[in-house]
Write a protein that binds this ligand. Structure first.
Ligand code: SAH
Ligand code: SF4
Length: 363
């Protein structure tokens, strides 16, 4: 078996079966070989460099009802908040002063006119405040082509919208069948984003009941087929007050297995897509205190330290036991710096760290 894995890792092109064999690795030595290879590919194509995106979770108000997510509309236990412009700009200023060079604004989904205009104005003000120096990533859900375009024209240039699962029957299982949570719409949004000119990020949740290694490999093939520039993905984590949190309480895949699958997803994505940006996400650390470091060693090159104001952090809970919600922004940065250095990567301050894949496509 080991010879077989070695042989696959030495190939230049990979078949779906090759990727499945890699995804099914369970033995520690083989897993180490896979991560080592992925780290080599990272070093070669994007360098041993890590870029920060200061993450601001600006609101937990959401019109959607994704069955896995803690801030879904129907969860009445959530105390809803929306940061006002000054609060957001304060968080942006902190990020700017600490020379992160990029922010990511994330929230529950809203499509109303006020929200669309609010974000448009906000993006313009952030650009002004930073004299155009801050790179802006948005992660604000499904929108119309016009909305995406308005936010792009205002100055945002990257967008994250996870497809969650490309297996459409799993997608249906994850979402209510009410006509508002459709796979085709989500996929079309990714196309809108690409056509608007954004660097496009997507990703999936990893290791929920019923999902197979084959499904995960198909997710990676989807990233390639869609020529995705950035990947943000992490393990599924239960949230008690959600339909799937209740249904899957006793069915959940072990934490160890979900972390392993999460790391294998990063590694195989790196080996297969090579020059994309890949984030080591908070959810990975949620299940393993060393999750982010391991993510970097498996090929990730982006970290998204939270810069949400302390008073709101404990209200943006997509899943249970989210790490770092009691930490100050300073503490988060300190911890994050230590993580990167412990791996031997370099933190690049003051540069956008755009997706090299996106740049290569332009040439
Ligand atoms: N509303 C926006 C952005 C916020 S949600 C959107 O849905 O795109 C951001 C991501 O959090 C989702 O894409 C989903 O992949 C992830 N998420 C939500 N609930 C989760 C859970 N229980 N476990 C792991 N990830 C979760
Ligand atoms: Fe809303 Fe996003 Fe959560 Fe879905 S995943 S309920 S859109 S915040």
């Amino acid at each position: 078996m080991k010879e077989n894995i070695k042989k696959i890792l030495n190939k230049k092109d990979f078949t779906r079966d090759d990727l499945i064999a890699l995804m099914k690795i369970e033995n520690k030595d083989e897993m180490d070989l896979l991560f080592k290879k992925a780290y080599e590919v990272k070093s070669q194509y994007v360098g041993r460099k890590v870029y920060y995106r200061g993450l601001i979770e600006i609101s937990n108000v959401c019109i959607k009802n994704c069955k896995y997510c803690g801030i879904r509309k129907e969860n009445k236990k959530v105390q809803r908040f929306s940061m006002n412009k000054d609060e957001i700009l304060e968080a942006v200023k902190w990020i700017y002063d600490h020379n992160y060079a990029s922010i990511a604004l994330q929230s529950g989904e809203r499509q109303d006119k006020e929200f669309v205009s609010f974000i448009e104005e906000l993006v313009k003000e952030i650009k002004l405040l930073s004299k155009g120096e801050i790179g802006i990533t948005l992660s604000l859900g499904e929108q119309s082509f016009e909305t995406y375009k308005r936010w792009f024209d205002a100055g945002a240039h990257r967008y994250l919208l996870r497809i969650e699962s490309t297996n459409q029957s799993l997608f249906k299982k994850l979402h209510p069948q009410d006509g508002y949570h459709k796979y085709e719409v989500r996929k079309r949004c990714l196309e809108y984003l690409r056509d608007t000119g954004y660097q496009v990020g997507t990703g999936v949740m990893i290791g929920f009941p019923g999902q197979t290694e084959e499904d995960l490999v198909d997710d990676i093939i989807f990233y390639k087929d869609m020529s995705i520039d950035m990947i943000g993905m992490g393990p599924y984590i239960l949230h008690n007050d959600t339909p799937l949190g209740k249904e899957w309480k006793n069915l959940v895949v072990s934490e160890k297995k979900r972390v392993e699958l999460g790391l294998k997803m990063i590694a195989i994505t790196r080996i297969y897509l090579k020059d994309v940006n890949i984030a080591a996400t908070t959810a990975l650390q949620g299940l393993d205190p060393l999750g982010r470091e391991k993510g970097l060693l498996a090929g990730a090159n982006i970290l998204m330290p939270t810069a949400t104001l302390a008073e709101y952090k404990d209200k943006y809970l997509l899943y249970d036991n989210k790490p770092g919600i009691k930490d100050s922004v300073e503490k988060c940065q300190e911890e994050m710096d230590k993580k990167v250095l412990s791996v031997g990567d370099t933190i690049v301050y003051g540069a956008w760290g755009d997706s090299i894949h996106f740049k290569n496509k332009q040439n």
